[in-house]
Design a protein around this ligand. Structure first.
Ligand SMILES: [Zn+2]
Length: 315
């Protein structure tokens, strides 16, 4: 997709004297007081501190403004949230206090009439949060016998996790077909009874975010990595998500964050056909810790870290 900005998001283009400042696109998931085995995030206090630090160095803009302005000015920031997690209400309130816009990328299964409204990936987090990782692994492992795991790829994708978590996460998100992984997790949850409604923002909360000036973005229906799906399955998932978003929120969102940041050229073509103008991936992302350190250091502006997430380039 000819996403505006894909060419210069990660470089400091020389502009007259000195270099133009790079942009920053940050991605948040969980924002809660306590981390657990299943859920790792930042506290509301840390979030507020990070946003103030970003605000001190960048001009925080909407995704629409970013698409236009990034061509002619440096140092823009877009603050994004994935997965429409209930935690994010507290982050939205912090942004509202500071008068800053955010983009909330919402998967659509939680807002559907499906009997089970969990996206498998988030059910994994919630179960690990509830049971502890070791117990979850004990319950899931019998279903994974014989599943081949690409250890290198698991290490690459989940470098921020300890090794045994990488294996299980990779097995469920990438090695097993999406429907099988979902079935395994739902079987475990049948005995635990966690409710999707407790994990995600409500549709009314998403509408209120839009009314407050934040943007909603697409994040697929089932929240599975598109690069693991056939073109037909990718199209079905994306169409379903677009239709439901349109029904629930009226307007068609223009921005799409690929679930897991993964996509293929087919995904990009489908996104374009579905009306998405801005697409985001997390491939080539910069680790959160590095971004935090850089922001804190504020040393060399021209060498700013570019992104936590970047607009997707067509390949
Ligand atoms: Zn996500």
């Amino acid at each position: 997709m000819a996403t505006p900005g894909s060419a210069c998001i990660d470089q400091s283009a020389p502009h007259g004297r000195g270099a133009r400042r790079a942009h920053l696109v940050v991605t948040y998931h969980y924002i809660r007081e306590h981390n657990s085995d299943g859920v790792t995030g930042v506290t509301p206090q840390e979030f507020a501190g990070q946003i103030r630090a970003i605000q001190a160095q960048y001009r925080v803009v909407t995704v629409e403004e970013f698409a236009v302005q990034h061509v002619c000015e440096g140092g823009l920031a877009v603050i994004t949230f994935d997965d429409a997690l209930r935690d994010q209400a507290v982050a939205a309130a912090i942004l509202d206090d500071l008068g800053l816009p955010g983009v909330f990328f919402a998967p659509m299964r939680p807002y559907s009439h499906e009997p089970d409204r969990w996206c498998p990936q988030h059910l994994l987090h919630a179960l690990a949060n509830e049971l502890g990782w070791a117990e979850l692994e004990r319950r899931v492992s019998p279903h994974l016998a014989g599943v081949a795991i690409d250890a290198n790829e698991a290490d690459r994708l989940y470098h921020y996790e300890v090794p045994h978590k990488r294996r299980l996460k990779y097995a469920l998100a990438f090695a097993l077909p999406a429907a099988e992984a979902a079935a395994v997790l739902r079987e475990v949850n049948a005995r635990v009874g966690l409710r999707a409604d407790d994990w995600y923002l409500t549709a009314a909360q998403l509408r209120a975010l839009e009314d407050a000036g934040h943007a909603l973005g697409g994040h697929g229906f089932d929240h599975v990595p598109y690069n693991t799906l056939s073109p037909k399955a990718q199209a079905a998932d994306m169409h379903r998500a677009v239709r439901l978003m349109n029904q629930l929120f009226g307007t068609l969102p223009r921005a799409l964050a690929y679930p897991f940041g993964r996509f293929t050229p087919v995904t990009a073509a489908l996104a374009r056909a579905c009306g998405y103008i801005h697409t985001f991936t997390t491939e080539d992302r910069i680790d959160a810790k590095f971004v935090r350190d850089e922001i804190a250091r504020r040393a060399n502006v021209a060498a700013d870290p570019p992104v936590g997430r970047r607009p997707a380039q067509e390949s």
